[in-house]
Design a protein around this ligand. Structure first.
Ligand SMILES: Cc1cc2nc3c(=O)[nH]c(=O)nc-3n(C[C@H](O)[C@H](O)[C@H](O)COP(=O)(O)OP(=O)(O)OC[C@H]3O[C@@H](n4cnc5c(N)ncnc54)[C@H](O)[C@@H]3O)c2cc1C
Length: 451
């Protein structure tokens, strides 16, 4: 008789494997991956708290970012030591994927490699899944196939409101060491004279920005990032990356690097669509838009995969797998939605601002306490800190100019999302006035799903 799996997962990246490892403790799981498990074209560093919560994940990490730097072409360089955490750990990419793979196999579930998902059909009591290696059946299908998901395409889920970070870079050895750069350095934002050469150009149509992380005394990960409505092709990114790391004066520390491995990919930004599901089909990781405007997709996965899986096990056991129940698995706290909104506004600004406006914005890092900067991009900023930031922004920018930077077509989207900030404020006020409780923001826990 044909096996009907409890869950079939498409995609052996961090989302599929981590959730598969948890589900396989109690359910019969089949995971299919189009390549071999254990390879990824991405690299990850994450806020320290998401690692410290997961004791089993700690051994799969090393070192991390300890110092942030910025270098705008029209300003002077700036740097600060990490304040929120002593470091932001790096994940050992291969080790963590293999760790989860082995757990799935040890728990008696199955993985089929070099097996490409092609299509699926949802029936009343199960899902039929077509792959290059045959047909399989499961009670639930989980899409963890990343940004090119065929399942999202089939359901015509169009991420038209997103901006895309298109990223291309390389882990490289430096024969003479990393010179005046320090292990733990993270160049957060470097522009070039022609990144956005005049008032009329922006990141949206200009050249990318440059970043790097110094992994150890001889190794760097250097990369370029485009932020646009459309995704950049690999060939354009490859050409631009080579030009930047070989020819630009300001990247001379990278001119003689020996590339070990190229890293690349895309992640959506500027949208809040963590709730994507259909009857008997759920989407997780990049396919489920588990990301933030600043790209902490792996942070989201590490922060939520255990709790998400525990709740899902109960639903699968009771066979409650309709769209609404699956939707509710990953609703987010109002507090977190408002944090993402703030990051979204920054995304819209970064993509559309002119060169001088962009550099002026990055220069605000000198006036705003770096702790608050870190809190903004790890989704931990409090309303009081937000007010401090807004004061600095208003002091330095003409509000009319700022309003013009956000494209007209994005206003409805932003207004809709503004309600989350208002809701957080009202909830906070209500708690303070009627229950004398701690403000909502102090109990916030970054990008948690409300499960
Ligand atoms: C260059 C880069 C750097 C990044 N840096 C960070 C960082 O520092 N910190 C952070 O938190 N996040 C970072 N991110 C984001 C992070 O990488 C993603 O959020 C994360 O990889 C998402 O995991 P996933 O499992 O959902 O998708 P993916 O990692 O994309 O994995 C999807 C898997 O599905 C497989 N697959 C695809 N289609 C099929 C199919 N049809 N059939 C079968 N299998 C299929 C793929 O082969 C792949 O193994 C970065 C992203 C990029 C591109």
């Amino acid at each position: 008789m044909k096996t009907i799996y409890d869950v079939i997962i498409v995609g052996g990246g961090p989302a599929g494997l981590s959730v598969g490892a948890e589900l396989s403790k109690e359910l019969n799981v089949l995971l299919i991956e189009k390549n071999k498990v254990g390879y990824t074209s991405k690299s990850w560093f994450v806020p320290k708290d998401v690692v410290m919560k997961n004791e089993d994940i700690i051994p799969q990490t090393y070192g991390g970012v300890t110092r942030f730097l910025t270098n705008t072409y029209s300003g002077s360089p700036y740097q600060w030591n990490a304040k929120l955490f002593d470091r932001y750990p790096y994940i050992k990419e291969r080790d963590i994927l293999i760790y989860w793979r082995d757990m799935i196999l040890r728990n008696g579930s199955e993985i089929i490699e070099e097996c490409t998902f092609e299509d699926h059909e949802v029936l009343d009591d199960r899902v039929k899944v077509e792959t290059l290696k045959g047909m399989f059946e499961g009670k639930l299908l989980i899409d963890a196939s990343g940004v090119d998901s065929l399942i999202l395409k089939k359901y015509e889920i169009d991420p038209k409101n997103y901006y895309w970070w298109s990223v291309y870079g390389a882990v490289s050895k430096h024969p003479g060491g990393v010179k005046n750069m320090k292990v733990g350095d993270y160049m957060l934002w470097q522009t070039f004279k022609d990144t956005n050469a005049n008032e009329d150009t922006s990141l949206r149509n200009g050249r990318p920005v440059f970043e790097y992380e110094i992994l150890d005394e001889n190794t760097s990960f250097s990369l370029i990032l485009f932020l646009r409505k459309e995704r950049m092709s690999l060939s354009i990114m490859e050409k631009e990356f080579k030009h930047i790391v070989r020819d630009e004066d300001s990247t001379k520390n990278f001119h003689d690097m020996e590339v070990q491995e190229y890293k690349y990919g895309w992640y959506p930004s500027g949208g809040l669509s963590q709730r994507i599901a259909r009857n008997r089909v759920d989407c997780i990781g990049s396919a489920g838009c588990w990301t933030t405007p600043c790209g902490w997709g792996m942070g989201f996965i590490l922060n939520n995969y255990k709790q998400y899986s525990r709740s899902l096990i109960e639903l699968v056991k009771q066979d409650i797998l309709d769209m609404d129940s699956l939707y509710n698995l990953v609703d987010m706290e109002t507090y977190d939605k408002s944090q993402i909104l703030l990051n979204q506004l920054i995304t819209h600004f970064l993509s559309n601002a002119s060169a001088p406006q962009l550099d002026k914005f990055i220069d605000l890092f000198r006036e705003i306490d770096p702790l608050i900067c870190e809190k903004i991009f790890t989704l931990k900023v409090t309303p009081d800190e937000l007010v401090q930031v807004l004061r600095v922004v208003v002091k330095n920018f003409d509000l009319e100019d700022l309003a013009k930077i956000i494209p007209h077509e994005d206003y409805v989207h932003i207004l809709e999302l503004t309600k989350y900030s208002v809701l957080t404020f009202l909830k906070d006020l209500f708690n303070r006035v009627f229950h004398r409780q701690k403000p909502v923001q102090e109990s916030g826990d970054g990008y948690d799903f409300e499960v």
